[in-house]
Design a protein. Structure first.
Length: 235
């Protein structure tokens, strides 16, 4: 992104931009930010790139040697939203080493490394880092072992980072939605043999609204943790 493109608007970087929550965050933030949308679905990236104030880039966040070039032109980042994630049912007995590695790399190592690379730009803007976590980041359940472990680790990453950058004026927040109506949720429910009822789940836009609340908290406050649950009676 050129410096001129962000001259009058703050810059937001959103990972997982072609997923349901990431896409909703891109659309919401583009109302008053320039948005760099990072994702893997080429067709959906093209749709995002056509939106005003959105620049889309294809990115494999677990290709760690490629990450510096992906963001090296960003001198100032006002908002960084980590939405990319990999989920799926697993048990201690059945989980493979590959499942452990793939989920931990995308859900924990990738946001840690991208944040590290962007810390100078975040410091320049006294920016905000939002980690899209999960209810599984608070409560682990049998059958969800690997995903829950990665989300507990992501919460620890956010809590540690918050202490480390407090003196720089950087805000760090974890947003913990319950089940959200996304393609990933559909796959999860199908794997469990459950009928998929979209009305039973949180809309992606509602999670984006929670991210917006973090971003708009103001200079005198930081929203460090947000839990978003389906409304009673909707399930």
């Amino acid at each position: 992104m050129s410096a001129s493109s962000t001259a009058t608007r703050p810059l937001a970087v959103v990972t997982g931009a072609t997923g349901g929550i990431g896409h909703a965050c891109v659309v919401d933030l583009s109302r008053d930010h320039e948005v760099l949308a990072l994702g893997r679905d080429v067709e959906l990236l093209a749709e995002l790139d056509a939106l005003p104030h959105v620049t889309a880039r294809a990115a494999d966040l677990t290709d760690f040697p490629s990450l510096p070039a992906l963001v090296q032109d960003l001198e100032r980042v006002d908002v960084l939203v980590h939405s990319a994630a990999l989920a799926g049912p697993s048990t201690v007995e059945d989980a493979t080493v590959e499942q452990w590695r793939s989920r931990l790399e995308l859900n924990v190592v990738a946001p840690a490394e991208l944040t590290r690379l962007l810390l100078p730009a975040l410091r320049a803007a006294r920016g905000t880092v939002v980690f899209l976590n999960s209810g599984s980041g608070f409560t682990a359940r049998g059958g969800d072992t690997v995903y829950a472990a990665s989300k507990f680790a992501l919460r620890a990453l956010a809590d540690s980072l918050r202490q480390e950058v407090e003196g720089d004026g950087i805000v760090v927040s974890s947003v913990h939605p319950g089940p959200v109506d996304t393609r990933m949720q559909r796959r999860i429910q199908e794997s469990r043999g459950n009928e998929y009822r979209p009305e039973s789940f949180i809309r992606p836009g509602s999670v984006a609204a929670a991210v917006r609340a973090v971003v708009d908290a103001g200079e005198d406050a930081q929203v460090t943790s947000v839990t978003v649950r389906p409304r009673a009676g909707s399930r």
